[in-house]
Design a protein around this ligand. Structure first.
Ligand SMILES: NC(=O)c1ccc[n+]([C@@H]2O[C@H](COP(=O)([O-])OP(=O)(O)OC[C@H]3O[C@@H](n4cnc5c(N)ncnc54)[C@H](O)[C@@H]3O)[C@@H](O)[C@H]2O)c1
Length: 421
C-alpha cells in the first residue's frame, strides 16, 4: 500500500463521491476528521496476581444523524488510525441504510486468545469503566466486532448497568438473547447480502444455479454459504486462514460445518467427498459467478485483482478490496456490491435490537427478516438506480447515496452558505 494513514485511504471514497454531488465544502471538512477519539490504558489483574495494561480507544466519528454506532475489536494489531477508519466506514454504512445513527468504533490492543476467561471478563469490564462517560443509549452504542462476541457484550452491558445504577440494555447490541439480544442477529450480515443479491439478480444478469466462492468461513462466510446453497446455488470453493478447498460440482457443506464446529480448518476435508486442496491465495481467482470475500481487509489487491474471474463480488467483509484493485475490477466489468451496503444487514439488526430494547417489546423472527429484507431492497434499489443514472460504480453510488443524507443533516445545522445569505 502507498503511504498515508488508513483513514486517508478510506477518504479516497469520500472524495470520489463528492465529485458526483453538489455538497457544501463544510460538509466535506466535517467528514474528513473524527469528531473525537478517546484513548485509555486499561489496567487489569491477571490470574497470577500481576497487573497488566492494554491500550484501548473509542472513536465517535460523526454523530450528526444520531448516536454513534459501531463494534469493539479486540486485536493485537489494533491502532487509533484503524479505529478511526472503521468508524468512518460505520458513519457511511448507517447513512446508506438510513439508520438514525452516526458512526463509531472501539478497540483494545490485545490478543484475547492469550487471556483466560476471567481475565477477558475483567478487561471487558475495564473497557466499559473507562468509556462509560462517552457511551450511552443516546450517545454511543457499541457492538461486537473481530474477536468480541455476545458474552463480552453481556459483561459490558452489566458493567454499564452497575455504573449508572439501572438496567440499560439499549447501551450495547449483539447481547445474548437472555439479556435482551435480538432474534436474527446471528446470520444478519450474510442474510442482508443474500437478500440484496436476490433482489438485484436480474440487473446483475444472474440466472439459474450459480457457482459461488466464499473467502473466509466464519460467521459471515458460513451463513452466506448456507443461505445461497438453500436457494439452489453451488458453493464450489471456500477458504479459511489455513487454505482453501474446491469442488466444481459443489462442496459438501455439512462436512465443512462439522469441521469448523470441531475447530478444524476447511482444508481438513480435502481428499474426501470430492474436495480438492487449493492454496488459500488461489481462491480469489477461482472460476465462479459470485466471489464473496468474508474474511479480512485488503484481500483483493493490485497483485491479484486481475486473476478474479467472478462476475460479481459480494463484499461481506469490511474493506476486502483496495481502492487500486477496485479500478482493476471495474475495468474488467466486474460488479462489486460494496461493504457499506452488502454487509449492512448486521448493523441493521443491531438497530432492531436497540429499538426492541427501548420499546420493551420483542419481535418474532419473521418480523426481523421481513424488516431486514425491506430495508436491504429499498436501499439496494436506490443505490443501483444512482449507479445506473450517473454511470458510476455501485461503490461510488453507495457513497453518493450516504453522502447525500449526511450532507442534508450537516447542512440542516447551518453551513457556510447559510451564513452568507
Ligand atoms: N459478523 C458480522 O456481523 C459482520 C458484520 C459486518 C461486517 N463483518 C465483516 O465480515 C468479515 C468476517 O467477519 P466474521 O464475523 O465472519 O469473522 P469470523 O472471525 O467469524 O470469520 C473470519 C474468517 O476468516 C478466515 N480468515 C482469516 N484470514 C484468512 C485468510 N488470509 N484467507 C482466508 N480466510 C481467512 C478465518 O479463518 C475465519 O474463518 C470481517 O471483515 C468483518 O468485519 C462481519
Amino acid at each position: 500500500m502507498t503511504e498515508g494513514s488508513l483513514l486517508d485511504h478510506a477518504l479516497v471514497r469520500l472524495d470520489e463521491a463528492a465529485k458526483h454531488l453538489n455538497v457544501d465544502a463544510d460538509v466535506i471538512e466535517k467528514l474528513k476528521f473524527a469528531r473525537e477519539t478517546t484513548k485509555a490504558r486499561l489496567m487489569i489483574r491477571m490470574d497470577d496476581g500481576s497487573r497488566k495494561s492494554f491500550l484501548s480507544w473509542r472513536c465517535r466519528y460523526d454523530d450528526t444523524r444520531g448516536p454513534t454506532k459501531g463494534g469493539i475489536r479486540f486485536h493485537p494489531e489494533s491502532t487509533a488510525d484503524e479505529v478511526e477508519m472503521l468508524a468512518f466506514w460505520m458513519t457511511f454504512k448507517c447513512a446508506v441504510m438510513n439508520l438514525p445513527y452516526g458512526g463509531g468504533k472501539g478497540a483494545v490492543q490485545v490478543d484475547p486468545r492469550k487471556l483466560s476467561k476471567a481475565e477477558l471478563e475483567r478487561l471487558s469490564r475495564a473497557y466499559m469503566q473507562a468509556f462509560a462517560r462517552i457511551i450511552g443509549p443516546d450517545r454511543d452504542i457499541p457492538a461486537p466486532d473481530v474477536y468480541t462476541n455476545s458474552m463480552i457484550m453481556g459483561w459490558m452491558a452489566d458493567e454499564y448497568a452497575q455504573i449508572v445504577g439501572q438496567a440499560s440494555p439499549a447501551v450495547i447490541t449483539g447481547k445474548p438473547l437472555a439479556l435482551g439480544g435480538s432474534l436474527g442477529r446471528g446470520d444478519a450480515t450474510a442474510r442482508g447480502g443474500f437478500y440484496l443479491v436476490r433482489h438485484l439478480a436480474d440487473e446483475l444478469g444472474l440466472k439459474g444455479s450459480l457457482r459461488i466462492a466464499v473467502q473466509g468461513f466464519g460467521n459471515a462466510g458460513q451463513h452466506i454459504a448456507r443461505l445461497l446453497a438453500s436457494d439452489g446455488h453451488k458453493i464450489i470453493a471456500v477458504s479459511d486462514s489455513e487454505g482453501a478447498v474446491h469442488a466444481s460440482d459443489g462442496l459438501d457443506l455439512d462436512r465443512l460445518f462439522a469441521a469448523k464446529n470441531s475447530a478444524r480448518s476447511v482444508t481438513s476435508t480435502a481428499g474426501q467427498h470430492g474436495h480438492e486442496l487449493l492454496a488459500g491465495d488461489a481462491l480469489v481467482g477461482v472460476d465462479c459467478d459470485i466471489l464473496v470475500p468474508s474474511a479480512l481487509e485488503n484481500m483483493i489487491r493490485v497483485d491479484n485483482a486481475d486473476s478474479v474471474k467472478a462476475r460479481i463480488v459480494l463484499e461481506l467483509a469490511n474493506g476486502p478490496v483496495t481502492s487500486e484493485a477496485d479500478a482493476i475490477l471495474e475495468k474488467k466489468g466486474i460488479v462489486v456490491l460494496p461493504d457499506i451496503l452488502a454487509n449492512a444487514g448486521g448493523v441493521t439488526v443491531s438497530y432492531f435490537e436497540w429499538v426492541q430494547n427501548r420499546q420493551g417489546f420483542y419481535w418474532q423472527i419473521e418480523e426481523i427478516h421481513d424488516r431486514l429484507r425491506a430495508i436491504m431492497e429499498r436501499e439496494g434499489r436506490a443505490i443501483w438506480d444512482v449507479a445506473s443514472k450517473k454511470e458510476i460504480s455501485v461503490r461510488t453510488a453507495a457513497y453518493v447515496h450516504a453522502l447525500g443524507r449526511l450532507a442534508e443533516a450537516i447542512e440542516a445545522h447551518g453551513t457556510q452558505s447559510y451564513f452568507d445569505s
